[in-house]
Structures are given as C-alpha cells and as structure tokens.
Design a protein around this ligand. Structure first.
Ligand code: NDP
Length: 343
C-alpha cells in the first residue's frame, strides 16, 4: 500500500516510517526542510523512489502546504502526524495553533480535492484533546474516547501547556467537522490516535541531546542529574505510552483494522509518576547512580487515588488489540537510546 506520512522527521513519525517500510509498504513522507529530507534518505540507502519518497513541504501553517504532495499517484492511506509539540514559540496563534489547525484542514481539503482514491486518514491527536484541566484531580471524572477538552481559542493565552492543548483540540475538532460536512466531499473516513505522554527510544537522526523531542525531555534531565535533589511534579497527564505502540496504533488504524474508521483511539499503557521513572533507571543503570536522586529525595509521587481522574479506553483496546509495552521496558530502552547519543 502507498502511504503518505506527514512530519517524517518527528519522534513518533520516525517509528511509523520504520514500521511501514519493514512491512513492505511504499511511503511518501513530508518534512519541513531539505536538510531533514536528506537525513531520512541517507538513513535508507536501500530504498528506491517508489519505496520511499521524501518531499519538502515547508511550514504547514500555510494552508496550501500539502496541495502538491497529495497528488503523488496511488496514495491510499494518509497518516498526518506533523504538528508543533514544543514550547519554543513566542506567539501561540501563528506558531502553534495555526500549524496544528491549518495543517489538518489543509491536508484534508487537498485530499478531498485531488486524491479521491484515499480510503482512510489517521490524524495524530492527543490526550490533550480529551482531558479537562480543571478535572484532573477529580476522582469522579473518567476520561475516555468520548471526552473532549472544553478549551476554546481564547484559552491559548493562559499558559504554554494550555496553548498546546488548544492547538490539539481545535485541530482534532476541525478534522471531525470536515468529514461530517457533506459539502467537503470527503471520500475517506477518519480515525484519530490520542496518546498521552509518549516515551521511548529515538530512531530519528538527532543532532544533539538538546534537541530531544519534548516528551522524552524529562528522562534526559533525570540522567543528566537534574533530579538529584528534587524530583519534579509528574504533571496532570500522568498516563503514558511507548512510542513503538503509538506507531503500531497508527499502522493498524490506517492499514490493518477497517473497524478503526470513525473512532478516536485513546492509546495508553498505564499510569506513571516521575518517581517510578527514577526508580526504573536506578534499578537498571548502576553507572548513573551519582546523577540520580537518593532514597531520601522528595517529590514526583503519583497523586493519591482520591485526588486523581480515572481513565477508560476499553473501546480502543477492543478495536486495536495491542498489548501495551510496560513502563520498565520503555524506560530502559529509552535510556539505552539516549546513551548512544551521549547521555
Ligand atoms: P516531534 O516534535 O518530534 O515531531 C513533530 C513533527 O511535526 C516534526 O516532524 C516537525 O518538523 C513537524 N512540525 C511541527 N511544526 C511544524 C510546522 N510548523 N511546519 C512543518 N512541520 C512541523 O514530536 P512528536 O513526534 O512527539 O509529535 C508528533 C505528533 O504526536 C504531534 O501531532 C503531537 O502533537 C502528537 N503527540 C505527541 C505526544 C508526545 O508525548 N510525544 C503525545 C500526544 C500527541 P520539524 O522536525 O521540522 O520541527
């Protein structure tokens, strides 16, 4: 099958790309710059242009960014992962929300107009589009595939994490609204993948540890000794998933599980706390002992059960049937991968 994968240079997308190629699919992937395109091509010297084509689309805030690439003959499935997940921006509207929303509506419009043979589109959304910030310490709240973050555009100025959640919520809403409106003439169906915090080994061609993807940053900080005296708060979104499982969820939802169409897939493995991560590293990597928090160091515990939300993803589990990788394996594999980059 020929698959269009956007944002091929990303942490998650790099794993999707590897899985697709390994399964023998042909992939057209998009990146922002020629430099990144070159790195992906160089990493796959055995693939010809038909098996792997890397196309530079530039900034996806431009509504026409995907207009040409969707015309590549034969694309049947689109996996749209590209969206900003970092906090290096000054203006949340133009640098965060616009690329998230315009990127999503832009690619859907381009497909409807120029690629009527596409049968399924999978959009990478997030737990950020599911949760309600004010309810994360409420034990009577259960977040599931049916839950929607109630934020609106005005909320993007509240703080950076909320701005990110606004970008993901508005982008996912725009996608469902697009396929619902018959005037848009969408011949494809839609599924979204809604992962919480994603950890796992890095397969992309990182320049340095400083440019590590956002969700693995805390593990870099831990092994660099930044948690030695105080373990930071775990944060509101204390559930997680392995990047390889997120990639598998995209591949299954896009290519292997027809029933995934029309669904939001809430992919997560389990709860975690920063303390759990520190404990796994301590147990498995004696070489980092002097960088790690000692037994007397405070912080990072999971909130007690009567102070945290509940989660239910039984619908997702019955559709995808993925046996989620447990925390210890993920953290061990992540640290091994960071070591190979010099951590
Ligand atoms: P990365 O930052 O590694 O990947 C983001 C990708 O999007 C990169 O390819 C990046 O390109 C591209 N991108 C971002 N902004 C633009 C833009 N303005 N124009 C063109 N391309 C852009 O993060 P992840 O792999 O973690 O994220 C991938 C997707 O998964 C995102 O949609 C994110 O919201 C979602 N997600 C991630 C979670 C996590 O914990 N990691 C959790 C839930 C959802 P470039 O390399 O050039 O910057």
């Amino acid at each position: 099958t020929k698959v269009l994968l956007t944002g091929g240079s990303g942490f998650i997308a790099a794993h999707i790309l590897e899985q697709l190629l390994q399964k023998g699919h042909n992939v057209v992937t998009t990146v922002r710059s020629e430099e990144k395109a070159q790195k992906i091509r160089e990493a796959h010297p055995d693939k010809n242009e038909d098996q792997l084509k890397v196309v530079v689309t530039g900034d996806i805030a431009k509504p026409d960014a995907f207009d040409e690439v969707v015309k590549t003959p034969g694309i049947e499935v689109v996996l749209h992962t590209a969206s900003p997940f970092h906090f290096n921006w000054k203006d949340p509207k133009t640098e965060l929300v616009d690329p998230a929303v315009n990127g999503t509506t832009g690619i859907l419009k381009a497909i409807a107009r120029s690629a009527p043979q596409v049968r399924r589109v999978v959009v990478t959304s997030s737990f950020a589009a599911i949760l309600t910030e004010e309810k994360t310490s409420d034990p009577n709240t259960t977040f599931s595939e049916k839950s929607w973050n109630p934020v609106t555009e005005q909320d993007m100025h509240r703080n950076p994490p909320t701005a990110y959640r606004v970008s993901k919520t508005l982008a996912e809403k725009a996608a469902w609204d697009f396929v619902k409106d018959p005037a848009n003439n969408a011949k494809f169906d839609l599924a979204t993948i809604n992962p919480p915090m994603v950890f796992g080994p890095v397969v992309h061609y990182l320049a340095s540890l400083d440019s590590i993807n956002t969700s693995n940053e805390r593990i870099v900080q831990l092994v660099q000794g930044k948690w030695k005296n105080q373990i930071p708060d775990t944060g509101a979104a204390s559930i997680w998933i392995d990047v390889r499982d997120v990639a598998t969820a995209h591949v299954k939802a896009g290519l292997e599980v027809p029933e995934a169409g029309g669904h939001r897939l809430f992919t997560f493995s389990s709860r975690f706390s920063n303390r759990d991560i520190a404990d796994v590293v301590k147990k498995n990597f004696p070489e980092y002992q002097d960088k790690l928090p000692g037994d007397d160091v405070k912080g990072g515990e999971l909130a007690p059960e009567d102070k945290r939300y509940k989660v239910d993803n039984s619908e997702t589990n019955s559709i995808l049937k993925i046996d989620w990788i447990p925390l210890e394996k993920t953290i061990v594999d992540t640290v091994k991968s960071l070591k190979s980059y010099g951590a």
